[in-house]
Design a protein around this ligand. Structure first.
Ligand SMILES: Nc1ncnc2c1ncn2[C@@H]1O[C@H](COP(=O)(O)OP(=O)(O)OP(=O)(O)O)[C@@H](O)[C@H]1O
Length: 224
């Protein structure tokens, strides 16, 4: 299918230097529609900085990120924030759930802007796919770490984004829980045709990503 192979996001020689230290050397990559990209690397190798640049959260010093043909960081603030809010989803190591809200309310939170007209019944479908249907009326604090991360994933995909960015999504989970979360996440993004970009210090977290990279001292290398 031609559309399936379309490049949604293109990074063209993006780099970042903090306080005179280059954290990400010029890096190029292409994210095709519905593809899974895993970037492995040790702590401090520059993974999070790279992910932030790809995800519209950190402007590169040099180079360009293009999303569906537009140069992301040349768009105005409102356009950039629209893309972050609707076309991109984010999952982090710490779940960032709002303790005062129920699980269901947390998941529905991004829908208050709802520019894509996503229906609320999607919450039930996504909760079901992630195995958290019975937890919807609870407060997040009553859930296990793995369940909380599944809620954060549900919240990140509820707007039906094009690309999901995940920074150490299993960093706070034990090995068995990590495996479950990764399997559920993979099945979900595949079924929704969402591209996934994950950075992790763990090796072999995903069994068959479409693209596997290693990040070392700010340099990215794709592994066969
Ligand atoms: N805003 C910033 N200001 C200054 N230095 C920064 C900033 N963000 C990151 N760095 C530095 O850049 C380097 C790479 O950090 P980064 O978080 O990208 O690496 P990482 O591979 O994701 O590591 P970790 O898994 O520990 O988060 C580190 O030395 C970090 O201290």
């Amino acid at each position: 299918m031609v559309e399936k192979m379309e490049n949604q996001l293109i990074a063209d020689r993006i780099s970042k230097t903090f306080n005179g230290k280059t954290v990400v050397y010029p890096t190029s990559l292409k994210i095709q529609n519905g593809s899974i990209h895993v970037i492995e690397g040790k702590s401090g190798s520059g993974k999070s900085t790279l992910l932030s640049m790809l995800g519209g959260m950190e402007k590169p010093d040099k180079g360009e990120v293009r999303f569906k043909g537009s140069s992301l960081y040349r768009l105005n603030d409102i356009e950039q924030s629209n893309i972050r809010g609707t076309s991109f989803g984010y999952v982090f190591q710490s779940f960032h759930l709002i303790p005062e809200l129920t699980v269901k309310e947390n998941i529905e939170l991004p829908l208050q802007f709802n520019p894509r007209g996503v229906k609320k019944h999607r919450v039930d479908e996504i909760a079901d796919a992630l195995g958290i249907s019975s937890q919807l009326e609870k407060r997040p604090d009553f859930l296990s770490g793995g369940e909380q991360q599944r809620v954060a994933i549900a919240r990140a995909v509820i707007t039906n984004p094009d690309i999901l960015f995940a920074d150490e999504p299993t960093g706070n989970l034990d090995q068995a829980t990590s495996k479950t979360v990764v399997e559920l996440l993979t099945t979900l993004v595949e079924s929704m045709n969402i591209s996934l970009v994950v950075v992790t210090h763990e090796q072999n977290l995903f069994s068959h990503p479409h693209h596997l990279y290693q990040m070392e001292n700010g340099r990215l290398r794709e592994v066969d």
